[in-house]
Design a protein around this ligand. Structure first.
Ligand code: C2E
Ligand code: MG
Ligand code: MG
Length: 643
């Protein structure tokens, strides 16, 4: 047996128990082979097939190994595969006593090497070979070769099969490369489809899959699978004031901190953190033992997010609204649990303190009833059931009524009164807040016109705008149309919007407010102090009045620190030339304090509750300062406030 590894390519294994025949193979396939005249055309063919793998004469170079039995041949093939240096051809003698025959050896070789060309060398062709290509597939890699053979014949066959083997290998490599590229691309696309590119955390889709996987495995592990959804309050304001890059960095920091604290430090492999939406994150936790552990988790998430973040050298303090739902209590599948957590989150977002809300079945009941409520609300608008109630604002200086706030009410057919907190959010979700505004403003204009005719009153009335309306570029058109058609003096109309609504999208709101102010209506900031409480943006906006939120006014008597905050707001507001209204004044003590602090106007149950138009008119008639209503325009110098 010899191994002649001069050339690593064109590897051929010859297997024959006849030493004479092995010598013949080596002679015709070896390097020293001298082609006779009959074989000269062969070198031409080899040149074409092998190019550089030929010697000076152009003859192909083969590297031939030999074995005298089938089993060692199978071992040689195995070794070559392991060494990543496979054979192109194996010549197999059909009979090699005492070992396995050529066909058995061929089967074992094929099992190891799917590419090698197997040539069965036989003295006589018999029927047993008929099905060989199905027994040792594939058919294009198994051949017969009849002995005795001419040297040129053997060399020709070796050259042709080596050429074929190289072509097969090239094709396989190209295919493998192609497959690999397809795999890489698929993985990249999957990453795009399942991961958020900014935070590199699982996205909405992936979170659903992860939760479903937790649920599927729930039977093997005790405890609940919990979803904690959190929404960063006023994220768009941060984006807008600090820039998009800072916003992106903040999102990454939130994701990192949640992952670090919840996945790495505390509950490895039990938690999944993902980005659920623009400024929403989700924490999934499996195996949570009981309700107390669920509450601890939600509060922990809240604490993590509310610790300050250092962005661009500044400490950013965030508030998060949180919604929680869990398997198996709130649903059997991932979608339902996420939907429940979202419902809870929206409840938190609507609440004033943006706290943690745990899903409960009443919310689902409410969701079902929302449809019925929507239909009813639409017909309420059509049937004129949305009315303005009026609440007076009293001047601290003169005690006269110097302003009025219009507050929407839904008067049902049976006379019950629905408060705005029950239908204003609904109208926003339905996308019809403009219609509600239009209805209320038209009602207000018709009442102002009537008061003017009957009593010669000229008191400015404030109408509330909702956040959604600041996205309506035609808000100015709507206001103009209603005021023009009712012929109401535009200076008698103020529009109130909350600080939070304004800051949600300052860029869009700014030109709309400028247009409204230029047209002549006043802009009031409502519920001041509950939002970002930054006075700096006010300087750039055409604001005339600040309304201090009633939560501050309510605490004035008991809390000194609260009083200082109100004092600071009033002082700054004054510097900016703004009028200050104290909302929700309920007692004479509160009245005395806001008066001392320098508020201009007082609104609250202490003066009067909101009333329907006819009752308001009667209240004014009975009010000791009835006459002052006529003088009101001189109490608040509207023109000064507008300039
Ligand atoms: P707001 O604009 O801050 O209105 C003041 C709210 O405080 C009113 O509640 C009023 O009834 C209440 N209030 C006034 N004085 C006192 C007091 O002394 N004590 C207490 N506890 N409450 C007092 P209301 O009428 O339920 O309105 C709630 C909110 O609904 C309003 O807050 C406003 O944001 C919104 N809203 C009302 N009408 C409309 C409307 O036509 N359009 C829009 N978009 N929102 C409206
Ligand atoms: Mg208001
Ligand atoms: Mg208010």
């Amino acid at each position: 047996m010899t191994d002649t590894h001069d050339i690593a390519k064109n590897r051929i294994l010859v297997v024959d128990d006849d030493a004479m025949l092995i010598a013949e193979y080596l002679r015709c396939l070896g390097e020293g082979y001298e082609p006779d005249s009959a074989a000269t055309t062969l070198t031409e063919l080899e040149k074409v097939l092998f190019g550089e793998e030929t010697d000076e004469s152009g003859a192909a170079r083969f590297s031939v190994d030999t074995r005298d039995q089938g089993e060692p041949a199978v071992e040689a093939i195995h070794e070559a595969i392991r060494a990543r240096d496979p054979y192109a051809i194996v010549f197999l003698d059909i009979r090699m006593p005492p070992g396995i025959d050529g066909i058995e050896a061929a089967k074992r070789i094929r099992a190891l090497d799917p590419d090698v060309n197997i040539v069965i060398v036989t003295g006589s062709m018999s029927a047993e070979f008929d099905k060989l290509d199905t027994e040792v597939p594939p058919a294009d890699k198994i051949f017969f070769f009849k002995k005795p053979f001419h040297a040129a014949e053997c060399r020709q066959l070796a050259a042709a099969l080596c050429g074929k083997w190289h072509a097969d290998m090239t094709l396989r490599r190209v295919n493998e490369e192609l497959e690999q590229r397809v795999e890489e691309r698929t993985a990249a696309l999957q990453k795009l489809a399942y991961f958020d590119p900014v935070t590199r955390l699982p996205n909405h889709l992936m979170l659903l899959n992860e939760l479903q996987a937790m649920i599927d495995k729930a039977e093997d592990a005790p405890g609940d699978s919990v979803v904690v959804l959190l929404d960063i309050d006023r994220f768009s304001f941060i984006n807008e004031t600090m820039g998009y890059d800072a916003g992106t960095e903040l999102l990454r920091s939130i994701g990192n901190r949640l992952s670090r604290t919840l996945c790495e430090e505390r509950k490895p492999s039990r938690a999944v953190i993902g980005r659920f939406g623009a400024d929403e994150f989700a924490v999934l936790m499996r195996g949570v033992e009981n309700d107390i552990a669920i509450r601890d988790l939600a509060e922990n998430v809240q604490d993590i997010v509310e610790e300050p973040f250092l962005i661009d050298g500044r400490d950013i303090f965030l508030k998060a609204s949180i919604g929680v739902a869990w398997h198996p209590v709130h649903g059997r599948d991932a979608k339902l649990i996420f939907r429940s957590a979202e419902a809870a989150l929206h409840r938190s977002m609507r609440s004033l303190d943006h706290a943690v809300t745990y899903y409960h079945s009443e919310m689902r009941y409410r969701a079902r009833h929302k449809f019925a409520m929507e239909a009813e609300f639409r017909s309420a608008i059509d049937n004129g059931q949305i009315k303005a109630f009026y609440q007076p604002q009293q001047s601290v200086e003169t005690g006269k009524i110097a302003g009025i706030e219009a507050l929407a009410r839904w008067i049902r057919a049976d006379g019950t009164v629905v408060p705005p907190c029950d239908f204003i959010p609904l109208s926003e979700q339905m996308g019809i807040s403009d219609l509600v505004f239009e209805t209320v403003l038209a009602d207000v204009c018709s009442d102002i016109a009537e008061w003017r005719v009957q009593h010669d009153w000229k008191i400015p009335v404030s109408v509330n705008l909702s956040a959604h309306q600041l996205r309506n570029a035609d808000l100015i058109g709507l206001v103009k149309r209603i005021l023009m058609s009712s012929k109401v003096d535009r200076k008698l109309i103020n529009l109130e919007l909350t600080e939070t609504a304004l800051l949600e999208d300052l860029t869009t709101a700014r030109p709309i407010l400028n247009d409204l102010s230029a047209f002549g209506v006043g802009i009031h900031i409502d519920d001041f102090g509950t939002g970002y409480s930054s006075l700096s943006y006010l300087a750039e906006l055409p604001v005339t009045t600040l309304k201090i939120d009633r939560s501050f006014v309510g605490k004035l008597v008991d809390s000194e620190s609260n009083t200082r905050v109100v004092q600071a707001i009033i002082a700054l507001g004054k510097v900016m030339g703004l009028d200050i209204v104290a909302e929700g004044v309920e007692s004479d003590q509160q009245y005395a304090i806001v008066r001392k602090l320098g508020c201009d106007l007082v609104q609250g149950y202490f003066v009067a509750k909101p009333m329907p138009a006819d009752q308001f008119r009667r209240w004014c008639d009975g009010h000791e300062d009835t006459q002052s209503l006529k003088l009101a325009s001189s109490v608040v110098d509207i023109d000064r406030a507008r300039t």
